[in-house]
Design a binder for this molecule. Sequence first.
Ligand code: 26V
Length: 808
Amino acid sequence: MDTIFNSKQEFIEEYREAVRELSGKKFEITSDIDRFNALAGLIASKARSVSARTDDRFKKEGKKRVYYFSIEFLIGRLLDNYLINFGIRDMVDEALREMGCNLDDLCRMEPDAALGNGGLGRLAACFLDSMAHEDIAGYGNGMRYRYGLFKQEIVDGRQVEVADEWLSRGYPWEVRRPDKAVRIGFGGHVVGHTEGDRIFYSVEGTEDVLAVPYDIPVVGFGGKTVNKLRVWSAEPIDEHFDLEAFNRGEYAMADASRADAEAISAILYPNDAGEHGRLLRLKQEYLFVAAGIRTALDVFRREHGAKWELLPDYVAIHTNDTHPAMCGPELMRILMDEEKLTWEEAWDIVTKTISYTNHTILPEALEKWPIATFSKLLPRIYDIIDEINRRWRDSFDTSQEGWQERLRKTSVLWDGEVRMANLSVICSHSVNGVAKIHTDILKRSVLNDFYALTPEKFNNKTNGITPRRFLAEANPSYSKLITEAIGPKWMDDADELKKLVEFEKDPSFLVRVGDSKRQNKVRLARYVRRETGLVIDPDSIFDVQVKRFHAYKRQLMNIMKVMDLYNRLLDDSSFSIQPTTFIFSGKAASSYTFAKEVIRLINSVADVVNNDSRVNDLMKVCFIPNFRVSNAQLIYPAAEISEQISTAGKEASGTSNMKLMMNGAITLGTMDGANIEIAQLAGEENEKIFGLTTPEVEELRASGNYFAWDVVNADRDRLGRVMSELTDNTFAGLSGNFDSIHNEVMSNNDYDLVLKDFRSYVDAWEELTSSYADTRDWNRRALHNTAMSGWFSSDRTIREYRDEIWHA
Ligand code: 26V
């Protein structure tokens, strides 16, 4: 382990100096925010010098560089994580104590960088951590949004969105690099220039903005490798400050051009809000693609000269979902229009350099742009796409039966739209899904026609999570226990966790596993009380569903289970349950009415249940507001049941399932996404699986024989009653009834099969929780889940990307 301070004394001296420099005050009278900013600033400057050394080393080694293009990086807080990765957390903790302050308090001063929506963005952040750990020359390329994902407040049970002003107190990790800014052109018209027997194209009359990069260091565990995340901010090219307008008192007008440019990087779009077709979003996509490609090519040219045919040997460009799909056309544009390569030469390079990950099969989530909008904003990129599409069409063997249908499905331009997934596939040498079942579905249905043409392109890379953040950092008590048992190597190599299997036979160790879980539950209960005022019992089961709100994730089915248990407790004196706290957390996209109503329902049920003394010894419902990376790190370690209950075939992978498994929660889930691999690894006897499988769902739909009303009528006493309670004032006290939920479910014939899976879900929950009384066996199963979770380390995932896709 390389170290950035030679001794505690050296750290203390440098830190005192850093605080004085930044605040101008003596350490003793500074505030926590001053102290945090100085500490993070000091660690950032150390990280930057290791980063420079890393870069020199990579240059010397002639390493292939991997650029991970993602419109989201949900990195959360960095301080604690970087202290762990540099191997100095305990030393700094001790030093700060000697200086009369507390590291945890300082860590809490850091804003959560919420530059992502959920799973996709957090995956990109875990991948950065793992690339640095695996000593890959891997660079994140993304957007620096002025406002991250909205903050969620709960008012009368309803979600209210508040702007996330995460930069308001400065951000010590970033360095602005105006010297690396890139000019980005929008609009204009394409002009051809004849040179000899070729025509070259340029775009004239564009409206330009400046993409300005900010670099954030990415510290790999062990402290040897520090990579970079580069995020782009949009600014005006020149000031154009209208002094006359200002003097007339028209202040906004005076600075209008600045506002127009800055709007491009102002906000992160919610990925599931139906925000499709928004011009600003398309500008974001092109801006970070064009600027990032420029960076990659500049570095390549500096190291290898303009030998573009070598680009695929030294550069990999990975596109995280379709938001960076313009990487292909943009690289074509530069290689042809600026570097004068022929189409064929450029295309060969492009398709050997670019790879693509698909993250969803939901048809409504596939990105499409109206051709009219697209071609006006990006005329040259559009022309190139048109030519890609023309050549694609020409490549079809029209003597083959069914070629028309295949062309219809694989075409990039169709029905007046640009289809970004098809563009991504055609420009890439590799296409992967994010869990085994997801990749199988891509091959079988969504991308089946591409698969038939080029099966060798397709491969699976099951997602992973970083054990440094989600076990070592989030769960110190459990980590300490694990390290005592098997040594500290698991942080480097999560496969080591398997050694915990030995301890499943050790009753005193299992007691300590339980003790650690209880500590984490107490910690979460304190947080909940502070944030919401609700008192929850750390001796009850913590049953946890935390993730974005979406119909297919079926938080509705979970709260209907709670309603059913409540009804039965009130009705039937012989019925009882294990005392349970039902914990929910997550955001709904601001325009997603159904998901927001489910949040209101959960809070309304909580309002009734939590104030009913007849059941309060047995149940509480807890909605934790404003789910984000930092409070997720308190929630996962406290969980005992991991609710992973999506309709089979809908959740591409899921990653909270892995985080919860690693922290010793038992999965209650459907055979969907990575749940399947979790159940295989941990053994079905250590999980609780229920519900229809993907083929059963497909069959049911295909049969045309499913009628939601029949299911309700066949179970009037329980399911029927729960459905009635959505509209009969039982839970209307806080802010009214839930007719829209009732209507949505019934009028779409139970599209997400909430009613169909309801009984098998509640039964599975009862079976699982009835085994809680056997504390020792529960703790054994919990430990077994942790022991088998090492395969879900993102280090494993990244090594697969490196060996099978990037060849880096
Ligand atoms: C987007 C949209 C847009 C339109 C409305 C419906 C909708 C629903 C979902 C999405 C999200 C698409 C991309 C995404 O975030 N996928 C998630 O990626 C995670 C990392 O691979 C994976 O674990 C999740 O299962 C997957 O949903």
